[in-house]
Ligand binder design. Structure first.
Ligand SMILES: [Zn+2]
Length: 435
């Protein structure tokens, strides 16, 4: 670029940033103030804009959408007791969204005030308990999910890519290509399943660092991270079969320290415990606990994957393997690594390139993931709303009282439980069909 062009370019750039796009309004400041109890969020704007304020639950969030607005400057620190985290983003072409992650359910109201040469949008959130209840709430007979639960986010990671080709087979097949093909197939299956959504860490043949992969998974809000690879053992080309890995304790403990250093302010990692205010020892214990739960989930998922793989291919190791792979080290996301086959084995190398075999692997992995989440659905997800409910029969209950309680038909109840008579006994477990 020559000098004249450069200055023109810079001038244009300046103009664009100054105007913030045609018809857009700059949010000149956002501030949080502590209320007793609750929080007040104040937005300073050049003029009033269309806005929307609403809450979301599981986790509790307060969302403010400002139409045609852009933020200038930074978000405030979330140092108000009720607020766990503050973040923002663009919604579509025009709208700006602010999200507060909250520690409890709130009641919200919003109103405009005239500021000094500005317009102020004020949003107040008060904890529900403190908001006071003129009338006691009616006792809910049962929880009826009114809003559709969120989708599970399955992050699928194609091993290697770009200049990192991974292992190479005797006939030149590259690990990076087969892993991408399998992840794409698996993603299609996940996306087609209700209540699940796939996110690929890489969508093409390019290099991606291991920690970038974890970062992408965290950004996507992953419920699970599955890394797909192909094994290699050139010294003995007969070695074959799949294996599933989870993080080893050794890898976990050193990494916990690393994460701790990097993210001491990120309370999200330990489920909302504010690490900042705790001393280092306590903080590392908290992080360990958080990772302990994640590792337990990882091991469970790995078990489901292994069982499903065994139906479609040979397995090299019949048990779950433990290793210190970097990609498995996100302390807050259950993570597994799958070695689908041995690319160093000429027969498996060729099968890995076959659409049919790739699809079989992808389906086995997808089924394993789905089976795991059906049994262990996180709260607030569509899967949690639709996983089979169970009812243990208590004294005095009959089939028809149970049918009424869950608002299902007596026939449906009989049918799913394969009952030939309406006699039930105390302690008997019934599956409750969807209403
Ligand atoms: Zn690999």
């Amino acid at each position: 670029m020559n000098a004249a062009f450069r200055s023109l370019f810079l001038a244009l750039l300046w103009l664009c940033s100054g105007l913030a796009g045609a018809g857009q309004v700059l949010v000149q400041g956002v501030s949080l103030t502590r209320m007793q109890p609750g929080v007040r969020v104040t937005f300073e704007l050049g003029r009033r804009v269309e806005h929307r304020v609403f809450r979301l639950s599981a986790p509790e969030r307060l969302v403010v959408d400002l139409s045609g607005a852009r933020l200038r400057g930074r978000l405030p620190r979330p140092d108000v007791p009720l607020v766990r985290r503050i973040r923002d983003g663009l919604r579509g072409e025009r709208d700006w969204r602010l999200v507060l992650d909250l520690k409890t359910r709130v009641k919200v109201k919003s109103y405009w005030r005239k500021g000094a040469g500005t317009q102020r949008l004020i949003v107040e959130a008060v904890p529900l308990k403190a908001a006071g209840r003129a009338h006691p709430r009616p006792t809910p007979v049962k929880q009826v999910p009114t809003r559709r639960g969120r989708d599970l986010v399955i992050v699928i990671d194609a091993g290697h890519g770009g200049r990192d080709a991974g292992a190479k087979g005797p006939h030149g097949v590259m690990e990076k290509d087969v892993t991408l093909a399998i992840t794409r197939r698996m993603a299609r299956l996940v996306d087609a399943a209700p209540g699940m959504r796939a996110v690929l860490t890489r969508k093409g043949d390019y290099y991606l660092g291991l920690r970038q992969r974890i970062a992408r998974a965290r950004k996507a809000g992953a419920d699970l991270f599955v890394s797909i690879h192909a094994n290699s053992y050139p010294r003995d080309r007969r070695v074959e079969g799949a294996a599933v890995y989870v993080l080893s304790h050794r890898g976990a403990s050193s990494e916990a320290a690393r994460w701790l250093a990097q993210t001491e302010n990120d309370a999200d990692l330990v489920g909302g415990v504010d690490l900042d205010s705790k001393d280092d020892v306590l903080a590392s214990v908290l992080l360990d606990l958080s990772q302990g739960a994640t590792m337990e989930s990882s091991r469970r998922v790995a078990g489901y994957l292994l069982r499903n793989l065994r139906r479609v291919c040979k397995v090299h190791k019949r048990r779950i393997q433990h290793a210190g792979f970097v990609v498995l080290k996100a302390p807050d996301i259950p993570s597994v690594l799958v070695e689908t086959a041995f690319i160093s084995n000429p027969r498996e190398e060729s099968r890995l390139t076959e659409a049919h075999f790739q699809q079989r692997l992808a389906r086995a992995l997808f089924r394993g993931v789905r089976a795991y989440f059906r049994e262990h659905p996180p709260a607030g997800t569509w899967m949690a709303q639709h996983s089979p409910r169970r009812h243990v029969i208590a004294r005095g209950e009959t089939l028809s009282t149970i049918a009424r309680q869950y608002r299902v038909s007596l026939n449906a109840l009989r049918h799913v439980n394969r009952l030939s008579t309406d006699l039930v006994r105390v302690g008997q477990v019934l599956t409750i069909p969807e209403g």
